[in-house]
Design a protein around this ligand. Structure first.
Ligand SMILES: [Zn+2]
Length: 356
């Protein structure tokens, strides 16, 4: 009787070729189903998006595009973009760099690895910067450094807080020393900003490494991170090879960094906006900004940086015109205004996330 119980049941086997031939082929559109890299569960792309790209099973925070970040962070998903026309040149004529830049632009619809602009969070006006890991792994070349520096200077002029969401693999090696000097440039600008008691909140998202983590991303009044975000200087493999030791699994995660005093707080994506608004509220008395102070403000005083941003393009403008006229050699400081930048058609949906 026990023998029957443990006996293997017999199944008919179908040769795999026949199985393949009989099954009708059905293409699954890309992005419809997404597997979580942490827990392996498969989720509907739409559901995941509704959940702010946080895995419903294990809370893994997927990476966001710049536009998705703007959509969930800024009031009404709106960011009046600054310096949208700045594009990288090829300062040391690095082989293949120009082609790669063009390819990154086509892929992301962005001109560079950072988007900066003005907007409000919880009604409080801020200057914001968001790095894109999709564009050249968010690496800091001269344009990223320049745009971040200009954003810092803009915050200084306005007397507004500065918030930067970082995601970067580090310096852009194709620009060599021009890339490295951006660390000094952004740091110097921030030193001035701090002297004038500007408030800078740095939000580290997955991953923030190298020259970005070693410059502006960690020179903030508040350094916060998203759960699970990798944050450090050198990568894990390099460190392990150098010190010849195995590092703990959770090494360089946001939680590990928090435990070791490198961060002020780890904030869940769903609470991020409210948390930022709270911080801004706490500091509002210093800034003398009532909520929504910037709402009615339409006229932007012209200044030395303002020549390109006269149209105050909404993010939608950049979305419409990702392609450039093919001229990749515009200088980082003194290039003319491309027509696309000033054609800021402000559609109501501002920073919608339809680029995926
Ligand atoms: Zn998961």
């Amino acid at each position: 009787m026990f023998k029957d119980l443990f006996q293997k049941r017999k199944y008919a086997t179908i040769p795999p070729e026949r199985l393949r031939a009989e099954r009708p082929k059905r293409e699954i559109p890309e992005g419809l189903m997404i597997r979580c890299p942490k827990c392996g569960n498969i989720h509907l792309g739409k559901e995941l998006e509704k959940n702010l790209k946080v895995c419903p099973s294990c809370d893994h925070h997927f990476r966001l595009t710049v536009r998705e970040r703007v959509a969930i962070t800024m009031d009404d998903g709106r960011l009046r973009e600054l310096d949208a026309h700045l594009e990288s040149v090829d300062p040391i004529e690095f082989p293949g760099y120009r082609e790669k830049l063009e390819q990154q632009k086509r892929k992301t619809g962005l001109r560079e690895a950072v988007m900066t602009g003005e907007g409000t969070i919880g009604g409080y006006p801020v200057v914001a910067g968001i790095l894109s890991f999709d564009f050249f792994t968010g690496s800091m070349g001269s344009v990223v450094g320049e745009k971040v520096t200009r954003a810092i200077e803009r915050a200084m002029e306005r007397g507004w807080p500065l918030i930067i969401f970082s995601a970067s693999g580090g310096a852009r090696m194709q620009e060599s020393i021009f890339s490295l000097m951006q660390m000094a440039k952004t740091s110097a600008a921030l030193a001035k900003f701090h002297e004038r008691r500007g408030l800078f909140i740095s939000v580290l998202t997955d991953p923030t490494l190298g020259g970005v983590s070693a410059s502006f991303a960690t020179l903030a009044d508040y350094i916060i991170a998203e759960p699970g975000a990798t944050f450090g200087f050198a990568g894990r493999i390099v460190i392990e090879q150098t010190i010849r030791q195995k590092l703990p699994d959770e090494f360089q995660t946001a939680e590990f960094n928090l435990q070791h005093g490198q961060l002020d707080k780890v904030v869940h994506r769903k609470e991020m906006k409210a948390f930022l608004a709270k911080l801004l509220e706490m500091h509002a008395s210093v800034y003398g900004h009532a909520p929504a102070a910037a709402e009615g403000e339409t006229a932007v005083p012209a200044d030395h940086e303002d020549r390109e941003a006269s149209g105050e393009p909404a993010i939608a403008a950049a979305e419409q015109a990702p392609e450039t006229s093919g001229k990749a050699d515009a200088g980082a400081g003194d290039d003319p205004v491309p027509a696309a930048v000033t054609s800021g058609a402000e559609t109501g949906k501002g920073g919608s996330s339809d680029d995926r």
